[in-house]
Each structure stands twice: as structure tokens, then as C-alpha cells.
Design a protein around this ligand. Sequence first.
Ligand code: GLV
Length: 322
Amino acid sequence: MLRSRPRIVVSRHLPDDVEARALRLFDSHLNTGDQRLDSATLHQLAGTADGLLVCLTDRLDAEAIKALPPGVRIVATFSVGYDHIDLGAARARGLVVTNTPDVLTEATADIALLLMLGAARRATEAQTMLREGRWGAWTPTGLLGTHLGGKRLGLVGLGRIGRAFAHRARACGMEIHYHGPRRQPATLEEGAVFHPSLESLLGISDVLSLHAPSTPETRNLIDAAALAALPAGAILVNTARGDLVDDEAVIAALTSGRLRAAGLDVFRGEPQLHPAYVSLPNAFLLPHMGSATEETRAAMGHRCLDNLEAFFAGREPADRIA
Ligand code: GLV
């Protein structure tokens, strides 16, 4: 049967204008009810599809990729991170994979700033006190946080989001340091101090912020030993992926006060999170909303469609990662 338009399955509800464009461009199966699709349902829907538009809630491991119907030739993920997709298995099967870099950089850096400020200025305790009607009176010594100006921000990773967060932190008067797989050119460093080892970065980081992908090498990167290497009373910020930190170690450090506070937007096993986090007054927590602005989510959707459109027109998608 000759098909006039490629058929795609969109795994989650997307902003209205993105869905409208998906319907114009392709024979699109939308998920307007936004039910999370289990892998059996996704595979069933993929049966006659040429491409999938998935999110980080859809796990495409080696087995799932092998089981994809043969007609599926491209997967566009509505995320910059791609740890939910086995790229090796995708390449082995000749499956093209694309992501959404650039468009979520600024929104995610804003959330990193919010987490750093929320942790430094005791936002969880303040919000709880206010909402529970326990605000007795203003006092000169109540809810004192710590000043960020003059402190050192250690970035694990000076990629797009790390750099955008550094711009914001400089405006707070912070000194920027980083560690990554390689030293960046001076134009990207913008004065940030490179540390050739993570240990060296940890030793000086008053605030440590994670901007590295989730890989077997970065899993549990921030464990008990790493936390012990931070200055006493440091702050941890994570907008990257939850499995970069050892939750038990972070919770122990927050409980003992070794870590003054943490600002966390991502969690191992999310939407479940280690239950101890929610009872810690010095943990400022958000439910993975780094890119959650109307503008950014629309831009991410259009970026997926741009990649799909290029692929089906026989061009190289701009954001091809496999
Ligand atoms: C969000 O976490 C993303 O990877 O886009």
C-alpha cells in the first residue's frame, strides 16, 4: 500500500501547537490523554509506524529496540538526555536517533539557579513554616541562610547547561570552577578555572552542581567519598540525572550537616524518590522540571518535528545522535 505521509507515534501529550504541526506533517498517532504507555503498548502502536517521538519516560533498552517493528526507522526523543535509549543497540539495528539540545539550556540553567538559591536560603523550611501557620514574627536570627557572593561554584561538566548556569552564578558574585573530560577553550571557559581531576574540584566547591550525562562511568559519581571531599557545609545541586548521586550517602550527609543543603530536580527511579528526602528540611526538591516552561517545551517539540521532517525528506537530521 502506498502511503502518502510517514506514520509516527507520539508517546506523550505535547504542547497543542506541536501536536497540530505533527498532524499536518505526518499521519500521527497522538496520546492526547497523556497516559504513560507501557512498552507492550508502545510496540503495538509502533506496528505500522515509520518513526517514534518518545520522551524520557519511555525506556528503549537493547531488548526493546530489537523488538521494534522493522518499519520503525527513526526515534526522536523529546529530551536532551538519552540515557533511556541504548544508542549502541540503535546503531546496530540501523535506527536513527535524535535529541533536543540547545532549546532547553536556558530553562534548565534557571532551575539550577532556583535550586541553588532555594538550598542556600532555606526555602523548604521557610515555605513549610509559612504554609503551616508557624510564622511567629520576623526575627534577626531566624532562617539564616548562606550568602552566595564570593563562594566557589564547582561544575561537573562545562557543557551548554553548565555554562549557562555559570553566567547566572557570576551575576550572584560567585567564582566558577569546573571539571570535565577535557579542558574547554578559553572562549567557552569565560574565566572558569579547570580542574584536571574531580577530587581537585570537590576540594574547593562551596556549591557543587552536576551537569554530566548518566553513563556507567558517572553512576554514583557523588558517593560518600566524594561528599567527604567537599568543604564542610557545601551545597549540592543536581539538574542532570538522579543516578549520578548515591542517595544514601547524600541523605547521610544532609542529616549530619556535612552537606548544608541540597537542591535536587532529578531522582534515581523517578517519579519515585528515596523517601528520606521529603522529610529533610535542608533538601529543596523539584519534580524534574528543568525544561518545564511553555516556550521551552514547545521548542523541544518543534525540534523533534524538525528532525523527523528532515529524516523523512531524505536529509540528515540536525540533532542525530545515532
Ligand atoms: C531532561 O531531563 C532532558 O534530558 O531533556
